[in-house]
Write a protein that binds this ligand. Structure first.
Ligand code: HXC
Length: 259
């Protein structure tokens, strides 16, 4: 898969794939083309049985410093409506395989929203998370007000969204936005390690479990519980469930086939 603004490196032996945002001079600002490429790469990887978990990263300096301000500057609401960029974001959100964001440096605006669209975040000690849109006269538009609030609670979300202040990787972890904070030298290795761990598990159970956790985000409790139950029953239709449970009883390592 060849793209202009992202690099895609599948590691089929480990059942994972790495996507690197690649506009280093612009601190990986998310222009429309980059987002389209990301959507296309994720759709492709989502369809490959050999890939069971995906890592998205930037570079040490920046995961992404937001949507491309230069591209948005002259737009009016009708232009934005016609461009319909959130269709791309919605498709990215629908990726069935788990996605881990490996974040170092600036993770701002649309960059923070992209990280939050992923399923887990591994951050370096140098990561800076923020929704600074308010400082350029706008507000978050790709889920920032919703996902950040659900992740860190109202008090901190309000402060970040209304003042644009950045928080460190450590603060982000304390607030529940980030899974783990590690030294900058190893943040990508840690994310890859986590991806490999998930890639060894039943892809069917992982897919249904991801779908169910996400349901907690976009539904009320009763609806979410019902959804979870349905997917729980569905796991029992897989060979992986039989394999996983017999391996436990037989005290051996399971061999999940994704069937
Ligand atoms: C376009 C950007 C950019 C962005 C940085 N650059 N962020 N270009 N869009 N979001 C470019 C700069 O113009 C500059 O290019 C180069 O990257 C390096 O940036 P500097 O500002 O020179 O670096 P530094 O002084 O280290 O400051 C880093 C920074 C700052 C604090 C991250 O760049 C910054 O505040 N960026 C904007 C952050 C932001 O407001 N994000 C939210 C965007 S709105 P040149 O060519 O000038 O050297 C958004 C809405 C999402 O995300 C809505 C849904 C899609």
């Amino acid at each position: 898969m060849e793209f202009q603004f992202i690099l895609v490196e599948p590691n089929y032996a480990a059942n994972i794939a790495l996507i690197s945002l690649n506009r280093p001079k612009e601190l990986n600002a998310l222009n429309l083309q980059l987002m389209l490429e990301l959507k296309q790469a994720l759709a492709e990887l989502d369809g490959q049985d050999e890939v069971r978990c995906i890592v998205i990263t930037g570079n040490e300096q920046a995961f992404a410093a937001g949507a491309d301000i230069k591209q948005m500057e002259s737009k009016n609401p009708i232009d934005l409506l016609k461009i319909d960029q959130f269709e791309t974001w919605d498709q990215i959100r629908k990726t069935k395989k788990p996605i881990i964001a490996a974040v170092s440096g600036f993770c701002l605006g649309g960059g923070c929203e992209l990280a939050m669209t992923c399923d887990m975040i591994i951050a370096s000690e140098t990561a800076k998370f923020g929704q600074p849109e308010i400082k350029i006269g706008i507000m978050p538009g790709a889920g920032g007000t919703q996902r950040l609030t659900r992740a860190v609670g109202k008090a901190l979300a309000m402060e970040m969204v209304l003042t644009g202040k950045f928080i460190s990787g450590e603060e982000a972890q304390k607030a529940g936005l980030v899974n783990k904070v590690v030294p900058v030298e190893v943040y990508l290795d840690e994310a890859v390690k986590l991806a490999k761990e998930i890639a060894q598990l039943s892809p069917i159970a992982v897919r249904l479990a991801k779908e169910s956790v996400l349901k907690a985000f976009d539904s009320g409790l009763q609806e979410g519980l019902f959804f979870e139950r349905k997917n729980f029953y569905m796991c029992f239709a897989s060979e992986d469930q039989k394999e996983g449970m017999s391996a436990f009883v037989e005290k051996r390592k399971p061999d999940f086939k994704g069937k």
